[in-house]
Ligand binder design. Structure first.
Ligand SMILES: [Zn+2]
Length: 287
């Protein structure tokens, strides 16, 4: 109760400062500096969060040099994410199933976006209270698998990676063009994709990284109506830099999404790990 009240007062003071001071005034700078230092996890999470960051700092080979976390992608797009769906399956997809997959993807990704919003404000100088997701393309081995005729998404048929899996054009992919140059993408930057939702027939478990997320085709289509598509959510955590917890557990924490198999939704601890990653990354954007 006290914590929430204190936070509300802080927000009101910050809002008041923004209202009364012109953007260029020194007091405005002071106000944004205060907002930038905002770090207020629940007391019982302070120690385990520090343990997680220390672990990440000592085990990631290029923690601060890597420039393609989900955070970097959202920042590069000024607040949005584009997806390609890699349909590695011969199961037919009609327009209705396509649209259900789009809706589920937007809803699930939105759960992580929402984790960065506190009282209607981006947490710790995060600039976006909402991160729209657009699905710009579908990749499939044979065009006939896709049973729609409208042009709402770009379709890439028969463009296979070295392992034989369908992919959207690399010329349009952020993974292949981290400098943001999509001049060779037929649809230009507007139709580029940052991440792939890679759905593979018979695939068990999941994989995630800056390139996107991979889960079983049957799993994802079977989970479309679930409140939390938790394997996908876990893999998005990796896209934004979060680690696995196969061989250790932070103090006082038993069950959370990034500890695979222990939770089926984004928990309070996951939310604060997510925020903490941004807190340690944001200086690269002068925030
Ligand atoms: Zn994992």
């Amino acid at each position: 109760m006290h914590r929430h009240l204190a936070r509300l007062i802080t927000v009101l003071v910050a809002l008041a400062a923004l209202v009364v001071s012109p953007l260029t005034s020194p007091s405005s700078s002071a106000s944004s500096a205060r907002a930038a230092d905002q770090w207020n996890p629940p007391a019982h999470l302070v120690q385990p969060l520090n343990e997680v960051w220390n672990h990440v700092s000592s085990t990631y080979p290029d923690l601060h040099g890597f420039r393609n976390y989900g955070w970097d992608q959202v920042m590069a797009n000024r607040g949005s994410i584009n997806y390609c769906v890699r349909w590695e399956s011969d199961a037919p997809v009609d327009a209705a199933l396509r649209d259900r997959i789009h809706a589920a993807l937007k809803k699930q990704f939105g759960k992580w976006s929402a984790a960065m919003v506190d009282n209607g404000t981006g947490h710790n100088a995060w600039p976006y209270t909402n991160v729209p997701v657009d699905i710009v393309g579908w990749a499939v081995k044979n065009r006939s698998t896709l049973r729609w005729t409208d042009n709402s998404v770009d379709v890439y048929a028969g463009n296979l990676d070295s392992g034989g899996a369908p992919q959207c054009a690399p010329d349009c992919g952020r993974f292949f063009h981290q400098d943001g140059d999509y001049s060779r993408c037929p649809g230009g930057a507007a139709r580029h994709y940052d991440q792939s939702l890679w759905l593979t027939e018979g695939f068990q478990g999941g994989a995630g990284g800056d390139w996107g997320q991979r889960v079983g085709r049957e799993y994802f289509t079977g989970a479309l109506s679930q409140e939390d598509i938790h394997i996908y959510l876990h893999e998005v955590g990796h896209t934004f830099g979060l680690d696995d917890f196969y061989d250790w557990t932070p103090t006082g924490q038993c069950c959370f999404l990034m500890k695979a198999g222990s939770a089926a939704r984004i928990t309070e601890f996951d939310l604060w790990m997510f925020r903490d990653f941004w807190r340690h990354l944001k200086s690269r954007y002068g925030l």
